[in-house]
Design a protein around this ligand. Structure first.
Ligand SMILES: NC(=O)c1ccc[n+]([C@@H]2O[C@H](COP(=O)([O-])OP(=O)(O)OC[C@H]3O[C@@H](n4cnc5c(N)ncnc54)[C@H](O)[C@@H]3O)[C@@H](O)[C@H]2O)c1
Length: 390
């Protein structure tokens, strides 16, 4: 029989290879939106994980995924992480994330991002987007042309601009809290600190650490970046491999995720791991427990790198840099609280922060059972709705 030209042939994928609803149920997502606009080359997925605390906020990542299944897995994992990050940071926001499947070097065009902006707009504020890996201010402006549900927009458009300096400030606060816990003092004077990566977050972090006279070691896969930053802050440059084995007080991964893994964990020669990178532990459970066993204190990444989201959340209420920094400085107390909880309950620090985040979501979620004048509207977006109509 001749194949129909109107009915596209659908490749059969076994559920075993692509257990989408299994993943959704496991990670407890609320909604996944697949956005398609073939003539613009748009293939995007928006994942809304949890909106108990407020609208789902999380950046849009553009990446050349090896497969569509990889893109789905990434957006599910990242959006869930945003729920925990917002919750532990005391924000009235839920967790969401979007991925655009494509090569950020070659596949960008105005139509694609404006089409994506329309899909975001169609969610009517359930999802608010921002910049993430593979995106620049230019694409954010295209998205912003189609929807107001964008934050972290350029300063020239009235936004808060690049969040990296605030992220770095939060990481610095988290490092100090970890030093207090491990050494009894949060002074970093003379502490040996290894920073992996010499990018935006790492550079701002290195300046804070320098101001406290820490002894710094820096690596980057682009050695010229490491050398430039090292020259500025008086650090030593080490190779990308050496950074794992250095005898230091603190290892601060500020490049990519998954760097504490089966290959690296037994080479680590530090007392604390506290960095800006997302998903530092390759396997949260396994490597979290191993770190505890070998006596390395781990400051959970999503807790101490939350300055960026705190900054862009502040933009939604009328940006105030001082307020954003003040809120970010509370990362110190939150991190200490997590360490204490972990100690008292005999759990790893990453499990402790998950439990505290879940408690806040459950506790605030239960408030919905009390009638208030705003109860007709869904929490924060209700307020936005009223404000927009005023
Ligand atoms: N920018 C933010 O506000 C923010 C917020 C939260 C989390 N983060 C996370 O922090 C990390 C750094 O973000 P950024 O904005 O500074 O990115 P960036 O791209 O400016 O810097 C990353 C740097 O890491 C280097 N690098 C990559 N692999 C490396 C390796 N194996 N060894 C050494 N260096 C390596 C890159 O060359 C680059 O210089 C990322 O994991 C990001 O997801 C960033």
């Amino acid at each position: 029989m001749q194949e129909s030209l109107l009915i596209p042939k659908i490749e059969k994928t076994s559920e075993k290879n692509f257990p989408l609803f299994g993943e959704l149920a496991n990670l407890e997502h609320e909604q996944i939106v697949f956005c398609s606009r073939p003539e613009a080359g748009l293939k995007a997925i928006i994942a809304i994980h949890n909106t108990t605390l407020g609208p789902a906020l999380g950046g849009t990542r553009m990446w050349n995924y090896k497969s569509e299944a990889d893109a789905v897995k990434d957006v599910l994992r990242l959006s869930r992480g945003m729920t925990y990050k917002a919750a532990i940071s005391g924000l009235n926001l839920g967790g969401g994330k979007a991925v655009i499947i494509g090569d950020p070097q070659t596949d960008k065009n105005e139509q694609l991002f404006r089409a994506f902006g329309r899909f975001v707009d169609g969610l009517a504020g359930r999802y608010i987007t921002a910049e993430d890996v593979g995106m620049t201010e230019k694409e954010m402006e295209w998205i912003f042309a189609e929807t107001k549900y964008v934050t972290g927009i350029p300063k020239s458009l009235g936004g808060s601009g690049n969040p990296s300096p605030v992220t770095a400030y939060g990481v610095y606060m988290g490092i100090k809290a970890a030093a207090k816990q491990a050494f009894g003092s949060d002074s970093l004077n003379g502490r040996r600190i290894a920073i992996q990566g010499a990018g935006s977050v790492a550079s701002h972090l290195a300046r804070h650490l320098k101001s406290e006279h820490a002894e710094l070691f820096i690596s980057d896969i682009f050695s010229e970046k490491a050398e430039r930053l090292a020259a500025e802050v008086g650090a030593s440059v080490v190779t990308a491999d050496e950074i794992y084995t250095l005898n230091v007080d603190i290892f601060s991964p500020c490049a990519l995720g998954g760097v504490v893994n089966d290959d690296t964990i037994h080479h680590l020669n530090c007392h604390i791991i506290a960095g800006g990178a997302n998903n530092i532990l390759d396997d949260e459970k396994k490597h979290g427990e191993l770190l505890r066993e070998i006596g390395i204190l781990y400051a959970p990444d999503y807790v101490i790198n939350a300055g960026g989201i705190i900054n862009i959340a502040s933009e939604m209420e009328g940006y105030n840099e001082q307020q954003a920094l003040e809120k970010t400085s509370r990362i110190y107390d939150t991190t200490i609280e997590i360490f204490k909880f972990a100690e008292e309950n005999g759990v790893t620090t990453n499990v402790a922060s998950n439990i505290l985040a879940e408690r806040r979501i459950a506790g605030v979620g239960r408030l919905g059972t009390i009638y208030s004048s705003k109860s007709h509207f869904s929490k924060r977006m209700g307020e936005m709705y009223l404000r927009d109509r005023a």
